[in-house]
Design a protein around this ligand. Structure first.
Ligand code: ZN
Ligand code: FE
Length: 259
């Protein structure tokens, strides 16, 4: 029986830990720092058996050298990107990551947009998507185009609706503030926002999100569902005839949004 939990790290990051407690093993995804991982491992007397990395940003990989020093036999999976120096296994689209213990199998999806080499890991009903999809939002376009990010989100949206989305930041309420300006009357969005508020009020994570709920509530997964006049006009995008333009305008509006 695997157990999943988000370890709060840095300012608003989550390091996801998937553990087989009886077997005494765990894997982590995107350890931006080592401390929370070492504490969680020690508390349950677990050994780290693998590290999965989604992209090169330091808030996702910063704890890797220290963890590798403590657990030198744990493989470190990462995309083909020289900016991630500590990788022991490079993986790309369609590759499969097989872990003996905890017993888990993940397919690698290239989901470019936030960065040019960002990947996600899909398996066990879970998606570890780093900074690609957030609950009620999506990652910023630091190195990719709107078309790339939209293609990445389309791939994620096509996964089974029960998939639990393990995002790397607690951004849900900040994202809700923007999403509600786009679709103030969307009942799924209102319900998700209320649920997230209740969770944050007791300092609990709003994640993992459920893909079905995101498809109903997250404006960045709803470029086809949104009426054109619901997309905040951006001069530098112009006409909103193509869905990629609607997505680009939505992403720019979010960049410029101040709650
Ligand atoms: Zn990032
Ligand atoms: Fe990040």
């Amino acid at each position: 029986m695997l157990s999943l939990r988000p370890l709060p790290a840095l300012r608003d990051n989550y390091i996801w830990m998937l553990a087989d407690t009886p077997a005494g093993t765990a894997i982590v995804v995107d350890p931006g720092e080592a401390g929370p991982v070492l504490d969680a491992l020690a508390a349950d007397r677990l050994t780290l058996s693998a590290i999965l990395l989604t992209h090169h940003h330091s808030d996702h990989i910063g704890g890797t050298p220290e963890l590798a020093g403590r657990f030198p036999s744990a493989p470190i999976y990462a995309p083909h990107d020289a900016r991630i120096r500590d990788a022991t296994q490079r993986v790309g689209d369609g590759d499969v990551v097989e872990i003996d213990t905890p017993p888990a199998r993940f397919e690698v999806l290239e989901v470019h947009g936030h960065t040019r080499s960002h990947i996600a890991y899909y398996g066990e009903g879970l998606l570890f998507c780093g900074d690609t999809l957030f609950s009620l939002g999506c990652g910023r376009l630091f190195e990719g185009t709107p078309a790339e990010m939209l293609a990445s989100l389309d791939r994620i949206a096509a996964l089974p609706g029960t998939t639990r989305i393990c995002c790397a930041h607690e951004y849900t309420l900040a994202n809700a503030a923007f999403a509600l300006t786009v679709e103030p009357d969307n009942p799924a969005l209102k319900a998700r926002t209320d649920a997230a508020r209740a969770l944050r009020a007791r300092n609990a994570a709003t994640l993992p999100a459920v893909l079905d709920e995101e498809r109903a509530a997250n404006p960045f997964l709803r470029v086809d569902a949104l009426a054109e006049d619901r997309i905040p006009w951006q001069d530098d995008v112009g006409a909103l005839h193509r869905r990629v333009d609607r997505f680009a305008a939505l992403r720019l509006a979010k960049d410029r949004f101040r709650a």
